[in-house]
Design a protein around this ligand. Structure first.
Ligand code: SF4
Ligand code: MG
Length: 326
């Protein structure tokens, strides 16, 4: 498909001078129309900053971002521009975006402001959007406090849908929900995606979400993209040691214990990232070059892009020797 969203060497920083933290550091990725791109990483690796940058909620410091061929992330009001072009965001905490004093239909209708329509029309559209997410018309006048957490998340999804978006950024949108509600919401999102021809950027630390719904995946570590590819390519866990370590933390994905890669130590601070390959302080495969030279995100050995000096050369995990069903 066509590339809908493209980032080229995008950086996002907070603070200035000695206090500056570069939360997103020269990240490049491409999201094709109709894809669900998962952005994976531990908390504190810059995922939310990347989400906000895509939606124009924080300015980009360097690099280029395009949406449907148009430059975004810059200009006087990047959030207004992103909204007008059809970018919406759904956050982990549904209460954050809902006014507690308002009936929910009104919060949903807010996202249609740019259409400048009459109040009855806005309400009708909002009620339609709520119905699409399983919140019936009889509930449209309720306040957020009268709903469950799962229902509130449905309302924020309705608000995104009511804006007639092309792309929705979901920042840990299902992370706070218990498993059964989470699965319902993932199924709902999948249906909305089909019906409206949407593209998703799914920000998550939860690999099981990625296995359920992603078509593509990008792994972030301390603000850097370390691997990007189709979801099957990334989830096979044959490329970047950090990805392999993340996958190893999900027991159901690595039935073979010999395949596991264990990280050592804590996540370093984004404010003071390690030299060279940022993962070298925790990587079981680290060599002397790793602390000196930062690996680029490039394709090696016919695979997909991964930022590791030794991709393709790392001692294969024992299970690689086992024939896979084809
Ligand atoms: Fe590990 Fe070195 Fe590869 Fe970084 S470049 S992931 S430290 S082997
Ligand atoms: Mg976050």
């Amino acid at each position: 498909g066509d590339v809908l969203l493209e980032l080229r060497d995008v950086s996002v920083s907070y603070g200035s001078g000695a206090d500056a933290v570069r939360a997103v550091d020269r990240v490049s990725l491409a999201v094709t129309a109709g894809a669900t791109m998962a952005i994976i990483g531990e908390s504190g690796c810059g995922k939310s900053s990347l989400a906000k940058a895509i939606c124009g909620l924080v300015p980009i410091e360097a690099g280029e971002m395009t949406f449907a061929g148009q430059a975004i992330g810059t200009g006087r009001d990047p959030a207004e521009l992103a909204g007008r072009l059809g970018v919406q965001i759904v956050l982990q905490d549904p209460t954050a975006g809902l006014d507690p004093r308002w009936p929910i239909w009104r919060s949903v209708a807010e996202s249609r402001r740019r259409f400048s329509e009459s109040r009855p029309e806005a309400r009708r559209r909002a009620v339609d959007a709520l119905s699409e997410v399983g919140i019936g018309p009889h509930m449209a006048d309720r306040r957020p406090a009268e709903l469950s957490g799962g229902q509130r998340q449905r309302v924020t999804i309705a608000r995104a849908i009511a804006a007639e978006p092309r792309l929705i950024v979901l920042d840990e949108a299902v992370s706070a929900l218990d498993v059964s509600v989470r699965n319902e919401i993932l199924v709902l999102l999948q249906g909305l995606k089909q019906r409206h021809g949407l593209t998703f950027v799914f920000i998550t630390h939860d690999i099981s979400v990625v296995t359920q719904c992603a078509t593509d995946a990008t792994v972030l570590y301390l603000g850097r993209a370390v691997e990007t590819g189709t979801a099957p390519e990334v989830l096979r866990g044959r490329s970047h040691p950090y990805t392999r370590a993340l996958l190893s933390a999900v027991p159901t994905l690595t039935g073979d214990l010999r395949d596991r890669v264990r990280m050592t130590g804590e996540l370093p601070s984004l404010a003071d990232p390690p030299s060279g390959c940022r993962f070298h302080t925790r990587c079981p495969f680290a060599q002397p070059v790793c602390s000196d030279v930062e690996p680029d995100l490039v394709i090696r050995a016919g695979g997909h892009p991964a930022a590791c000096h030794f991709v393709g050369e790392l001692r294969p995990a024992a299970s690689d020797a086992v024939a896979e069903p084809s």
